[in-house]
Design a protein around this ligand. Structure first.
Ligand code: HEC
Length: 255
């Protein structure tokens, strides 16, 4: 059994690296790898005069398909299939009307050339899996680590940090926006790493600790390092500046 698991693991990672290679060979000449959304948005506001990109970045493609192709409230497997269909159609016949990225972020690009018959079905599947997963991988890589609540209680005590629970839902647009545009910012990550232990809780399927009730999404619940004292609970979206101010406020309240 163990051998079989290893074998399956091997096939999966081969598949993932095939997607990465295909992207590198056929797409990366125009579509850049990860650039933080704050930079991408600033660049778009200046009509692409800062970064001089040729096309949307890979994380933009990934974010666009995740948010706007198929039903993200349905199960992930069926959304993955719809994304594969979308990518197959787009590279065969790119048309702006099918675009899944906000127009204000793409209007300054030239049209993408058709790449019909370049890739076979298996290759498109591997490529599309890679694109689908890339954005979430980048969020994980650039954000503070997410812990289970049990881990967080232990770490908070050991390191004298505040527990921050993020109340989220998979289809909450503003939670996704916070993940993509705020949590990945280096200053935010640093502030969280220094003073907080982060937990993510689905407010519908999971229970909040200490008898707290969900405040909808996005919401934030701060608990002292003792694991029992609630410092504050609030909901809403904040940009980088607002969120950093919130964290500072919570830290002075906790003292
Ligand atoms: C010669 C440059 C070039 C290459 C190579 C290229 N693209 Fe593009 N692509 C663009 C440009 C420019 C746009 C934005 C304008 C448009 O959609 O026509 C774009 C848009 C897209 C979009 C739609 C984004 C949206 O707005 O919804 C997808 C999906 C996409 N590309 C996938 C790919 C994939 C996958 C590959 C590799 C197989 C690839 N592209 C290769 C230039 C390129």
């Amino acid at each position: 059994m163990k051998k079989l698991m290893l074998w399956i693991g091997g096939v999966l990672s081969l598949f993932a690296s095939e997607g990465a290679e295909l992207f590198d060979t056929h797409c990366a000449s125009c579509h850049s790898y990860y650039i933080p959304m704050s930079k991408v948005i600033e660049n778009a506001e200046q009509n692409n005069t800062i970064l001089h990109l040729k096309a949307p970045t890979l994380n933009q493609l990934s974010f666009g398909v995740r948010l706007n192709v198929g039903d993200r409230k349905a199960d992930e497997e069926s959304q993955r299939m719809e994304v594969e269909e979308f990518i197959a159609t787009y590279i065969a016949s790119p048309e702006r009307e099918k675009s899944v990225i906000p127009q204000e972020l793409t209007h300054f690009y030239q049209d993408m050339p058709s790449m019909q018959d370049l890739l076979d079905e298996d290759q498109i599947e591997a490529l599309s899996t890679y694109i689908f997963d890339y954005g979430e991988d980048m969020i994980q890589k650039h954000s503070a680590k997410i812990h289970t609540y049990e881990e967080a209680v232990k770490l908070a005590k050991e390191q004298n940090k505040i527990i921050m629970i993020r109340g989220v839902l998979p289809f909450c647009k503003w939670c996704i926006k916070m993940d993509r545009e705020v949590m990945v910012e280096p200053e935010v990550r640093d502030a969280l790493d220094k003073g907080f232990v982060v937990v993510k809780t689905n407010v519908v399927t999971e229970k909040l600790p200490l008898g707290m009730k969900s405040l909808g999404t996005p919401s934030f619940y701060f608990i002292n390092s003792d694991g029992v004292t609630i410092i504050d609970q609030l909901n809403g979206y904040g940009n980088k500046k607002e969120f950093l101010e919130l964290l500072k406020g919570i830290q002075s309240k906790a003292k």
